[in-house]
Design a protein around this ligand. Structure first.
Ligand code: NCD
Length: 302
């Protein structure tokens, strides 16, 4: 049985097959309605979410399947001390596929070891968020027609931002990509991800404005408030980078701005109408990526 847990275990071939499939679904989503009739997706979300949970649930409903859901840890047996593995065993009896978000790193992976049904990692602490990466790759592929030979800048909270950890590993599987990591010193990309990168083409800087003319993909991120023990530290770091229309004027005409959302204040709303602002399209691609993934993991496409 196949799971979708972390980028180290997901090949480029597999990513590409899901990306192309997602774009096919986007063209005529109605053709796929009914494919998951009789199947149930369980969304087990032990951390807040709007987009990810809704888009998983929407994806399943658009395939004609059904959804059961835990969206609040305090209303589930976790509150009584149940382990995630036991929750997973139960959920696998009541459903055919699980999407799991958990604040503790590697929990979806540990659940997958005992699971009788496919497990999708919908975000584990500060570690990874591979289905966001699917949405991100679909966005980049749709815009540039390739996933290689690109200069990608990740800006903001690179320490706790799980979306950047997964996307960086995915893009590192493709040749001639150059990474620019833009963050304050306190929120730098963890060394463990830089150490495993194949590419040596990496720049670390704190300065967005000077580097913006070089960038093809600018991936903005929110400072992850929920990961800070000291709220004063968060207050100090938030608002460090704000992409405004005037900063964007320094960038290439054919670059794009991405953001996994939710945004706080990293991108001012005057950027939204710029044709380089791709973050809402990115959220739309997430739906088709998740539809494609559900079909594939449930083996419904043959
Ligand atoms: C991201 C996440 O949960 O990591 N959100 C999302 O799923 N689109 C990014 C974030 O919360 O900052």
């Amino acid at each position: 049985m196949q799971h979708f847990i972390n980028l180290a275990d997901i090949s480029n071939e597999y990513l590409e097959s899901i990306i192309l499939f997602a774009l096919k679904i986007k063209k005529s989503p109605d053709e796929y309605y009914g494919l998951a009739t009789g199947c149930i997706l369980a969304t087990l979300f032990f951390e807040p979410s709007t987009r990810t949970r809704l888009s998983f649930e929407s994806a399943m409903l658009r395939l004609g399947g059904q959804v059961i859901s835990v969206s609040d840890a305090s209303s589930s047996s976790t509150k009584k001390g149940e382990t995630p593995e036991d929750t997973c065993r139960m959920a696998g009896i009541y459903s055919d596929i699980l999407a799991v978000r958990h604040p503790v790193e590697y929990t979806p992976q540990n659940m997958s070891y005992v699971s009788s049904v496919p497990v999708i990692n919908a975000g584990d602490g500060s570690n990874e968020h591979p289905t966001q990466t699917l949405a991100d790759l679909i966005t980049i592929y749709e815009r540039f027609g390739r996933l290689d030979n690109l200069t990608i800048a990740f800006c903001g909270d690179l320490k706790y931002g799980r979306t950047v950890h997964s996307l960086m590993q995915a893009l590192d599987k493709y040749p001639n990509n150059k990474f620019i990591f833009i963050s304050p010193d306190e929120l730098k990309m963890p060394k463990k991800y830089i150490d495993i990168a194949n590419t040596n083409d990496i720049i670390e800087t704190a300065d967005l404005e000077n580097i913006i003319p070089d960038i093809d993909v600018l991936y903005m991120t929110r400072v992850q408030q929920e990961r800070f023990d000291d709220i004063a530290e968060y207050e100090k770091l938030k608002g460090h980078y704000i992409l405004t229309k005037s900063k964007l004027n320094l960038a290439k005409k054919n670059m794009i701005v991405m953001h996994p959302l939710p945004r706080v204040d990293e991108i001012s709303t005057d950027v939204d109408s710029d044709e380089r602002a791709w973050y809402f399209k990115q959220a739309e691609f997430a739906l088709f990526g998740r539809m494609a993934l559900i079909i594939d993991l449930l083996d419904l496409n043959n």
